[in-house]
Design a protein around this ligand. Structure first.
Ligand code: ZN
Length: 455
């Protein structure tokens, strides 16, 4: 059985592979400020070449490079695997137990920015292929991998890369390896992601800040903005923009069945405990709360700023007010159309003085539970983690999955090998040797199962 040969080979080289992961973790690659990106792309290219890939580094304009690799085989099937090598900024630095780019390994726990999200996932794919190369095994599928460097800033240029390299990216299915395990140690499989419309609203009144004694005469932009905001959403979370719900597809019977398999009581109790809240919005509970989490579009205020916010009192009438809003979208809402609906909504209510600037667009995605890639990834998860994976019909989070499902027409599963509660995006992000090494086997097992050997 080939996977057991991969496993026994891996046990001999695991020390080297962990060192290679640590080398990649020591290389910063902070997309939010462009730090270390090119260096990281080159390092990844070299690791992939060593693993046996044919590698190309793609670069469009000043977009961060995409590192693309191919491992051809005689199989008629092609699998495309996606990952990202960029990371979030590590701040606040003082909260880290060890510096974020030193990859300190203490008793098998490796602490570094990007350890979980997502360099251990990226390296798991690379090292799975390296095992095949060293063992001189042919892959049971043609494998294509695409590692981008802008996922943490919303993949703004990935649509252009996918369009430009559409022929190269032809495949039969996709696996996005950028996820991880649930608290019970089972891989989570997401069969769709929410979309995103991220906007900044700005209201300007006067040319300069004014003494607040002028409030009887001069419009306060903070009040204007608040009035506009309250017109967008009711207190229970319903979005009040005309037509916002028009394109939404109701969850299918299969989707609901998957939801009912989730241990939602544990999940919801864990959320309440972690965030220190004793009730959810509108008092929703049980399966209804999970349905809302996965299938409800949202209008969230991510940041709101205006005027004086320092210590003590300052009587000022600010000249401008800003808000950042993220709208999460569900299948099959379209962020470009909804941006127009939002603009129309504000205009119709007399808020012409509010400037709307769109910062990010992601479309929602969906893959049917009966797709063969879902079966392949589930079987691989069961084989490697010795328990059934947790399959969600949709994720509450967002990502560029729609490029694979909608633009390339592929079925796609979002999964990965990060440990549960791994502090992604927060200080002290970590992975473990064990999670990484098992992740290599998971990637190999996905390739095996999709290739159809062992079915
Ligand atoms: Zn992330």
């Amino acid at each position: 059985m080939r996977l057991s040969e991969v496993e026994s080979f891996l046990s001999k080289v695991s020390g080297y592979y962990v060192e290679d992961l640590k080398t990649l973790l020591k290389q910063p690659s902070i997309s939010a400020r462009g730090e270390g990106i090119d260096g990281c792309a080159c390092m990844l290219r070299d690791f992939m070449k060593d693993a046996g890939f044919r590698v190309e580094v793609w670069k469009i304009g000043d977009a961060n490079p995409v590192v693309y690799g191919e491992m051809p085989s005689n199989s008629p099937k092609t699998l495309l695997m996606y990952g990202h090598y960029d990371v979030q900024p590590p701040e606040p630095l003082e909260e880290w137990v060890s510096p974020p780019f030193e990859a300190v390994d203490s008793d098998g726990k490796i602490t570094a920015r990007g350890a979980a999200d997502s360099k251990s996932n990226v390296m798991a794919i690379v090292k799975a292929v390296e095992c095949y190369s060293r063992l001189e095994f042919d892959l049971p599928v043609n494998l294509k991998v695409l590692f981008e460097g802008e996922e943490e800033i919303g993949s703004p240029n990935l649509p252009r890369y996918v369009e430009m390299y559409r022929d190269k990216l032809k495949a039969d299915a996709a696996v996005c390896f950028d996820g991880g395990l649930d608290p019970k140690g089972r891989p989570e499989l997401w069969l769709g992601l929410k979309g995103m419309l991220y906007v900044e609203l700005k209201c300007r009144a006067a040319r300069v800040d004014a003494h607040s004694s002028l409030a009887p005469l001069i419009e306060n932009p903070a009040w204007r903005l608040i009035q506009a905001l309250t017109s967008l959403r009711s207190p229970d979370g319903t979005i009040l923009v005309d037509g916002w719900y028009d394109d939404i597809r109701v969850p299918s019977e299969e989707d609901i069945k998957l939801i009912e398999d989730v241990d939602y009581d544990t999940l919801l109790a864990g959320l309440k405990r972690h965030f220190g809240v004793d009730r959810f919005l509108s008092g929703v509970e049980g399966v209804e709360a999970l349905k809302k989490l996965l299938f409800q579009p949202t209008c969230n205020i991510a940041g709101l700023y205006s005027g004086y916010t320092g210590l003590g009192a300052k009587t000022v009438l600010p000249r401008e007010a800003c808000v950042k809003l993220d709208f999460r979208l569900v299948y099959d809402q379209n962020p470009y159309r909804l941006l127009e609906s939002l603009r129309r909504h504000l205009k119709a209510r007399g808020f012409d003085d509010i400037e709307v600037k769109a910062l990010n667009f992601l479309e929602p995605s969906k893959t049917h539970p009966s797709a063969s890639i879902v079966k392949a990834v589930s079987s691989a998860a069961s084989e490697v983690y010795r328990s059934k994976p947790q399959i969600y019909p949709n994720s509450p989070g967002s990502g560029p999955d729609y490029l694979f499902t909608k633009r390339l027409g592929l079925d796609s599963v979002w999964t990965g090998c990060s440990p549960p509660l791994s502090n992604a995006h927060a200080p002290n992000e970590y992975t473990t040797r064990e999670s990484f090494l098992r992740g290599i086997l998971f990637a190999a097992s996905i390739i095996e199962h999709y290739g159809g050997l062992d079915w």
